[in-house]
Design a protein around this ligand. Structure first.
Ligand code: 1CP
Length: 349
């Protein structure tokens, strides 16, 4: 497939794509991590009919969920409706989403030798449903709305493989990392190669950009990030970054921001634990940034939501290259009217 030059391609001229390239925009683009999910009654209604993994594996429904969300919220980008974890299935991990408890992996990686049974993806056919979701989502939206593909970062995916699910402190993951350094690097290299292929396949299927989620890497300090994680995140991103903008997001530790930028990404995601201006300074003003309202602010009254939204915009200081988002995903139970208030406030500037 030949790609038209940026200036001639209407899909490259949206607010979001121009902000990724740090071009001037009429107003700040806005979308929200986890913008489709359990806080939306329409989504809960669909989930009463189908299980979560089944929904992910039904591209027509997944596309419908995200298209309806984009239309309802009036956001400037559509992340595909999928999840970080289905990629682990063709890699040999036995994944289940249990009601209420979230993801469970029935054959976790616990000993160094277990890494040998983690297969890197030779091709992406077994997650072809994700590429079909990208194509169906793209087909259902106007050129002004870019479609974002995504994957979990090597650390975050390794964390799920080792813990057998989610965790608060990622203690087993860190124990594995410190005790079995060679096997750790082997595991992350396998995951990084799979993620790289997966991101490129989503771009080939029609996504305009991709986001790498390192949701839980904030449990590490900067020296450990550099030693145990950075080379693998860099490997996961490099090929996609040659073709399209990449958003590199991590949560939990602002001290990692300069290292995230070093690993790669034309846009760096910033959480609320640092103010946006200082976070941007740490990333470097030559890159775009995405963030960073605390998602729990959305549980306050509408006036507070509006005021805190304006404060984030003020911290961006009118520099080119700010994409408004939360510092992490929308939480279940968030009042929908406050999400709409936030979006209206960003659009009013
Ligand atoms: O219906 C349900 O009960 C499932 C809830 C749900 C949903 C709606 C899960 C389970 N995943 C998703 C969708 C999802 N996940 C999207 C699609 C877009 C959207 O919702 O708008 C995306 C981009 C993700 C990415 C994702 N999955 C992340 C990264 C973002 C973040 O929040 O850091 C992570 C960590 C996951 C893992 C995951 N998926 C689901 C659960 C319960 C979990 C575990 C979370 C944890 O470890 O605590």
């Amino acid at each position: 497939m030949t790609t038209p030059p940026v200036a001639a391609d209407p899909r490259q001229q949206s607010l979001m794509m121009r902000a990724c390239r740090r071009e001037p925009v009429e107003r700040t683009p806005v979308w929200l991590m986890r913008q489709a999910g359990r806080y939306l009654p329409e989504y809960r209604a669909i989930r009463e009919q189908v299980g979560f993994l089944e929904l992910c594996k039904t591209p027509r429904l997944s596309a419908e969920v995200m298209i309806a969300t984009v239309e309802r919220l009036g956001v400037d980008a559509a992340i595909i409706f999928s999840d970080l974890l289905p990629l682990l299935e063709p890699m040999g991990l036995d994944l289940e989403f249990t009601a209420g408890e979230g993801p469970v992996i029935h054959n976790p990686v616990r000993e160094a030798a277990d890494v040998q049974r983690v297969r890197e993806l030779a091709d992406v056919d077994r997650v072809g449903f994700v590429m079909d979701t990208v194509a169906a989502t793209r087909a259902g939206l106007p050129d002004s709305i870019p479609v974002i593909g995504f994957a979990g970062a090597p650390f975050t995916l390794a964390g799920y493989c080792i813990e057998a699910g989610t965790s608060k402190a990622w203690t087993l993951t860190k124990q594995f990392m410190y005790r079995h350094e060679a096997a750790w690097h082997d595991l992350l290299a396998r995951i990084a190669r799979a993620v790289s292929r997966y991101l490129v396949a989503q771009l080939d299927a029609g996504a305009q950009l991709v986001q790498l989620f390192d949701s839980w890497v904030g449990c590490l300090g900067p020296d450990d990030y550099r030693r145990y994680v950075l080379p693998h995140s860099r490997a996961a991103l490099a090929e996609a970054a040659r073709r399209a903008p990449v958003i590199h997001f991590a949560s939990g530790n602002p001290a990692l921001l300069p290292l995230l930028a070093e690993a790669g990404g034309s846009v760096i995601g910033i959480d609320w634990r640092i103010d946006l201006e200082r976070g941007w300074e740490a990333v470097g003003f030559e890159r775009a940034v995405q963030g960073n309202l605390d998602p729990i602010v959305l549980f306050a009254d509408r006036q507070t939501v509006r005021q805190r939204t304006r404060e984030v915009l003020a911290r961006a200081g009118g520099r080119p290259g700010h994409i408004f988002n939360l510092g992490h995903g929308v939480l279940p139970g968030t009042p929908v009217e406050n999400v709409l208030e936030l979006i209206a406030a960003v659009k009013e500037g």
